[in-house]
Design a protein around this ligand. Structure first.
Ligand SMILES: O=C(O)C(=O)C[C@]1(C(=O)O)C=C[C@@H](O)C=C1
Length: 93
């Protein structure tokens, strides 16, 4: 397969742009995944402390703040993203 086939571009110049930009996206995705894993670990510390103290795993008022933060930054899809992050961090509720 040629670079144009793989990228869907119709010219070698466009294929070069796409190939370079995809490398940057792959690097960004690796960083995003690393940050998500870090968030999961920090969230686990909070939940553990709360549960050990006799509290509940989930704190809905804080989740509303997190959802609002993402919605303000990213719009409606931000809410869906935050819900997915919360599910990764505390499991399904
Ligand atoms: O901030 C907390 O109290 C947390 O437990 C962290 C966190 C989160 O991952 O953002 C996870 C579970 C809670 O329901 C609320 C928020």
């Amino acid at each position: 397969m040629t670079a144009t086939d793989v990228t869907g571009a119709r010219t070698p110049e466009a294929a070069d742009v796409i190939t370079g930009a995809r490398e940057r996206i792959d690097t960004l995705d690796d960083r995003i995944i690393g940050l998500i894993q870090e968030r999961v670990a920090v969230s686990a510390v909070i939940q553990e402390a709360r549960i050990t103290s006799g509290g509940r795993r989930v704190n809905l008022s804080r989740e509303m703040d997190v959802l609002g933060h993402y919605r303000e930054a990213l719009g409606k899809p931000g809410t869906a993203l935050a819900m997915t992050l919360l599910e990764l961090c505390r499991g399904k509720i």
